[in-house]
Design a protein. Structure first.
Length: 98
């Protein structure tokens, strides 16, 4: 339902064979794998920040204390942004996936 018509930076990375699972298994040039899920997400976030255009970002959980593993696995927040530079983004939407 929140699919954009433009090709996103996520799709560009995917066409290059880069996704969180691949980063977790193989790592990067500066961080050899295997990586934890959090490190894989962080490396993917860094790769996205280098590209411009529309992107879908997986936001990390802000307050994880006191949450059960089931609660952690059930909640995702995706931010749809238009990035014009490494430091400049315009939020186009926020989606909560339970």
């Amino acid at each position: 339902p929140f699919r954009t018509k433009a090709k996103t930076s996520n799709e560009v990375l995917s066409m290059q064979g880069m996704n969180i699972g691949t980063l977790m298994a193989w790592g990067t040039g500066t961080r050899p794998g295997p990586l934890s899920l959090e490190d894989g997400e962080d490396e993917y976030r860094v790769a996205l920040s280098r590209l411009t255009g529309e992107q879908y970002e997986l936001l990390p959980l802000a307050n994880m204390e006191g949450m059960t593993p089931q609660q952690l696995a059930a909640l995702f927040t995706i931010r749809h942004v238009h990035r014009t530079s490494v430091n400049q983004t315009k939020v186009l939407g926020i989606y909560y996936i339970l």
